[in-house]
Design a protein around this ligand. Structure first.
Ligand SMILES: NC(=O)c1ccc[n+]([C@@H]2O[C@H](COP(=O)([O-])OP(=O)(O)OC[C@H]3O[C@@H](n4cnc5c(N)ncnc54)[C@H](O)[C@@H]3O)[C@@H](O)[C@H]2O)c1
Length: 293
């Protein structure tokens, strides 16, 4: 029997994704423990989180009492032992198979045999990550989208050894948290990135070939297909360096030439044009903040 999830641990909670996932869990009513090896990063994330909920109050999405209750459910730590009574631990640490497997091994030593482990990996195999644990049947993929506190989609992936009951419990938790899960296979890029990485590269190659300006390419896609954001604006949001990393993860496994990094992308990154976070990518930005409200 799997017990109900009450306490959630988030590993890498000072990072871009982990901070947002911790917000999702605490906002949905779960006691949430934000764990990161960087204490400075955790205090920066705590300030951003408080500012996020202050903005939610200003926009009339919640009152101050609700904000205070959410923040009271959220604690931060750099000690992995603090995750000992978590029912679910979601990891969003560096996208490095060695780091993730090592973390799972450490969590094995700390958490109860009932604990469910979820990985937010974008490109790595859930089955391979699970091999870092002595309990691979309790490991699932739970891929949130950036920014997690605003985006509802979660791609959920069983590894080869994942227990169906564990997967169902993790799925239910995702729904209880107000997110919208979809089930995918353990394949590079799951659904979203497998489709988006080649498509976004096509848009970059169109700029490079002089088909049209970045602005006109994005406008054509938005007007014709009803997308809220064009592919080039989206690459600016996720980061041009991140797009290269995604290409480098996908191309060797898929050998799809559309998944290989376009030369223009590499030149722009070499020039420091990383997108929104550096103030300039395919477009220019005055405000690089993306924490949202
Ligand atoms: N950034 C995105 O757009 C995005 C979207 C979806 C999924 N992801 C996935 O989420 C994960 C995190 O990505 P990110 O962009 O948030 O990374 P990030 O570099 O912003 O954050 C990673 C955090 O993990 C912490 N960390 C690293 N090793 C740790 C360890 N052993 N124990 C505790 N903390 C540790 C770091 O201090 C850092 O705060 C990756 O698996 C990535 O593929 C990223």
């Amino acid at each position: 029997m799997t017990k109900t999830i009450q306490t959630v641990g988030v590993c890498g909670a000072a990072g871009t994704m982990g901070a947002g996932i911790a917000i999702v869990a605490a906002r949905a009513g779960f006691r949430t423990i934000a764990f990161d090896k960087s204490p400075e990063g955790l205090s920066r994330a705590a300030q951003n989180t408080a500012a996020f909920f202050d903005k939610s109050v200003q926009r009339g999405k919640m009152d101050t009492r609700m904000r205070d209750q959410i923040l009271a459910r959220l604690s931060a730590t750099s000690e992995i032992d603090a995750l000992s009574d978590c029912d679910l631990v979601i990891e969003a640490v560096f996208e490095d198979i060695g780091v993730k497997k090592q973390l799972l091994a450490e969590l094995d030593a700390v958490c109860s045999p009932e604990t469910i482990f979820a990985s937010n990996t974008s490109t790595l195999s859930i089955t391979e990550i699970a091999s870092g644990s002595t309990r691979p049947e309790r490991v699932v993929g739970m891929h949130f989208c950036l920014p997690a506190q605003l985006m509802k989609l979660v791609e959920m992936t069983p590894g080869i050894l994942t227990d169906p009951g564990v997967f169902a419990t993790a799925w239910n938790w995702t729904e209880q948290s107000g997110q919208r899960p979809v089930r995918t296979q353990d394949k590079p890029g799951f659904i979203l990135n497998a489709l988006l990485v080649p498509f976004n590269n096509d848009a970059i190659r169109a700029v490079e070939a002089g088909v049209a300006s970045a602005d006109d390419i994005d406008r054509a896609i938005k007007v014709a297909l009803g997308y809220k954001m064009g592919p080039l604006e989206l690459i600016d949001l996720i980061g041009l360096d991140t797009q290269i990393r995604l290409c480098e993860a996908f191309y060797p496994t898929t050998l799809d030439p559309r998944a290989s990094a376009p030369p223009l992308l590499r030149r722009m990154v070499a020039a420091g044009l990383l997108g929104r976070k550096s103030g300039r990518g395919f477009f220019e930005y005055e405000n690089s903040a993306m924490f949202g409200a």
